[in-house]
Design a protein around this ligand. Structure first.
Ligand SMILES: [Fe+2]
Length: 331
């Protein structure tokens, strides 16, 4: 049975907000996200760099932290108000989910926890405000990313992950399932009114597959690909450009110097009205993955960033995606 959204959740999630990555060469990663992706550097300390998209007024949507080992540290979601942090704390205590309050620079009350499938998360209710740069067109670089939009997580148990998050008020806009069934292979869930804030797909998990920023239009997307090529990162485009069937995004995926993956994409459609039902795709239907363009490379399907201390588990469903290498007959 499909998971059912709880429209009276214990606390109010509002959107995908920020992501923290452990990186092994802080300056190289900063340069990549500033020059190849086009993000704005809000602030830099000895051990961290805080970045944001051009239209964002929140202090950061990407935090790079200096480390010996590359990891996905946490994905961040916003809640509506400070009271929602208190409510989340109570709720996690009541269902036995480990959680802790932490002090984070430039963030209001912040609560860290791990969801039932091992995704490392952080909730916060506010951030320091900074200037929006959306009309500073003279400062638009590469893809000119405007705002963070969503996260995609690889998990061994899509059904459980989706059940947990729909219980917290997330709503499924699209899903992939074993052919002719509702056995979930991937779920796209939202709280902010477009197709997704948080995605779970079937595979060895938990791992962060990618985080995504919107870009103004198709020419910005292609310009980002050109800039990546010009700056020596052409080989680090591991998928696209192309058009997804799911969510209708025109997309480009890039790997950073530690092989964390960032997506640039044009836009999604709105998903607000409650009578709308999720779009279902057979997992064998190639149009779910691309309306046009080549299938994704093996590295796009199988490589992702691990969360610290989490043991990877075999997926409950066996994944056998059609890769670019198979399509081309390359082995
Ligand atoms: Fe995405």
């Amino acid at each position: 049975m499909l998971p059912i959204t709880n429209y009276d959740p214990p606390f109010a999630l509002t959107r995908a907000s920020h992501v923290s990555l452990a990186v092994t060469d802080l300056e190289a990663s900063r340069d990549f996200y500033r020059d190849v992706v086009g993000l704005v550097v809000t602030e830099q300390t000895d051990d961290a760099v805080y970045l944001r998209g051009l239209e964002e007024s929140a202090h950061h949507s990407l935090v790079l932290e200096r480390a010996d080992e590359a990891k996905a540290l946490r994905v961040g979601l916003r809640v509506r108000a400070d009271a929602d942090i208190v409510a989340a704390e109570k709720y996690f205590a009541s269902i036995g989910i480990d959680h802790q309050r932490v002090e984070k620079p430039h963030q209001g009350p912040t609560l860290q926890f791990t969801d039932p499938v091992g995704t490392h998360l952080e909730l916060t209710s506010s951030m320091d405000l900074v200037e929006r740069r959306m009309q500073n067109f003279d400062q638009f670089v590469s893809g000119a990313p405007q705002r963070i939009d969503h996260f995609q997580v690889v998990t061994y148990d899509v059904q459980s992950a989706t059940g947990f998050w729909t219980g917290l008020g997330m709503r499924m806009s699209e899903y992939t399932a074993e052919d002719g069934t509702d056995e979930l292979w991937g779920t796209w869930m939202e709280v902010k009114g477009n197709t997704h804030d948080l995605v779970f797909t079937n595979g060895h998990g938990p791992r962060l597959h990618h985080f995504a920023y919107t870009v103004p239009d198709a020419s910005a997307l292609l310009h980002a690909a050109d800039v990546a090529g010009a700056l020596g990162f052409g080989e680090e485009i591991d998928r696209g450009p192309g058009r997804h069937g799911i969510s209708n995004a025109l997309f480009l995926y890039l790997r950073d110097p530690d092989q964390h993956r960032v997506e640039l994409f044009t836009t999604h459609y709105q998903f607000i009205d409650l009578e709308e039902v999720p779009i279902r795709w057979d997992v064998s239907n190639p149009r779910r993955a691309q309306l046009w363009g080549m299938p994704a490379s093996r590295r796009w399907f199988f490589e992702a960033s691990e969360f610290p201390g989490e043991v990877l588990r075999e997926p409950l469903l066996h994944a056998n995606p059609a890769t670019l290498e198979e399509y081309l007959g390359v082995h």
